[in-house]
Design a protein around this ligand. Structure first.
Ligand SMILES: *Cc1c(COP(=O)(O)O)cnc(C)c1O
Length: 367
């Protein structure tokens, strides 16, 4: 069972080095030893998010951090503009609605990406908007949205830009401060190679200025309290100590490889997967594909479920089906986090075998 290769868009495989750090004996968090870990982790998070602003860590899955970014930065009735072209963009929109924000929802067909011009137009139409909700990698469709271009628009106005970078960070190029992103939301189980259970929110000055103004109810996910504790190198509540030790190792690994090299590795692997799929005459679903995951369209008469089952049973390779309306129609071949070219080749071999077993004729010379 230990031989399963997880090529799913979260959770990803966890490298041995990190597993070892996760299994270290427990320590207490109000100690010099833990404080030293926390200090390194907080500094190194900044080097991976590419921000000099605080990156807060919470004990939750990614959705917890998405919700916290709404409840700590806005109030009931505030207008936010939501840009969604998939399940995760919709989740951000729905969280904002659940907390009584006024949400103007812009939606695109799954597979499509927003253009900065559309955000500019929406902000012109709604000059009183306080926030713009976007997604770096829309994991449900494998689309990468042009955050750098979008930030060029939002940094000129008063609405802050919130980016769900949960699956994109560490895979797709992302430069928080240089681009002018105000809020970055992330999770542990995707590009950061960790088990699920940690989430992150980074805030620049513009976003931090909104914290005291927000009157939505909050207690556990409290940015003001978290930032105050961080300044003293502390945490308001018991941190997820083992996961933070795993995070320390994960950040070491990313920085040892070099963030640029990590991005380049993802780009090379994504290119490999996309070009093999194209050679097999299969459709790459995303119009503007992310380097974190590739969504491959299933040929007529073949449903994803059967392909996925064969890969799992015969090759111990695990990939994901489409979500919602895409269920059965695409296979999501993820290559995020610690994925190597060798892993991607093993995944592609399993994928080709499964398609052949399902009756698809693979052009000669591709195998
Ligand atoms: C995985 C993911 C999430 C959050 O999922 P959790 O299950 O709460 O960790 C949010 N947005 C995107 C784009 C994701 O890929």
């Amino acid at each position: 069972m230990s031989d399963f290769l997880l090529l799913t868009p979260g959770p990803t495989g966890v490298p041995q080095r990190i597993l070892k750090a996760l299994s270290l004996p427990m320590i207490h968090h109000r100690t010099k030893e833990y404080q030293a870990i926390l200090e390194r982790v907080n500094a190194n998070l900044g080097k991976v998010f590419l921000t000099r602003h605080p990156v807060m860590t919470f004990a939750s899955s990614g959705t917890g951090a998405m919700e916290a970014s709404i409840t700590n930065l806005f109030s009931q009735g505030d207008l936010v503009l939501s840009f969604s072209a998939g399940k995760w963009g919709e989740r951000y929109r729905d969280i904002a609605r659940a907390h009584g924000l006024q949400v103007k929802s812009y939606e695109k067909k799954y597979a499509e990406a927003f253009e900065a011009q559309e955000i500019a137009q929406a902000l012109e139409d709604h000059p009183n908007a306080k926030g713009v909700l976007t997604t770096l990698c829309e994991t449900s469709t494998a689309v990468a949205h042009p955050i750098q271009e979008i930030a060029k628009v939002t940094r000129l106005g008063r609405a802050i830009l919130l980016v769900d970078a949960i699956s994109g960070l560490g895979c797709d190029i992302f430069k928080m401060d240089e681009w002018g992103v105000d809020v970055t939301v992330c999770g542990s189980q995707k590009g950061l190679m960790l088990p699920p259970g940690l989430s992150f929110v980074a805030l620049n000055e513009r976003a931090q200025a909104l914290v005291p103004k927000s009157v939505l109810p909050k207690y556990y996910f409290n940015f003001a309290q978290t930032l105050k504790a961080m300044a003293k190198n502390d945490t308001p509540f018991t941190p997820a100590i083992s996961l933070v030790r795993g995070l320390e190792e994960a950040l070491f690994m990313i920085l040892e490889e070099g963030l640029e090299n990590v991005w380049n590795r993802h780009a090379r692997i994504a290119h490999f997967v996309r070009s093999k799929a194209a050679q097999m005459n299969l459709q790459i679903f995303a119009q503007s594909p992310s380097n974190a995951v590739t969504a491959i369209g299933m040929p007529g008469g073949i449903v994803s479920k059967d392909v996925i089952k064969h890969m799992r049973d015969a090759h111990q390779v695990v990939m994901a089906d489409g979500q919602g309306e895409l269920q059965g129609k695409i296979v999501r071949f993820a290559h995020m986090g610690c994925c190597t070219m060798k892993d991607a080749e093993r995944g592609m071999h399993a994928f080709q075998d499964a398609l052949a077993k399902a009756g698809y004729e693979i052009p000669t010379g591709v195998l």
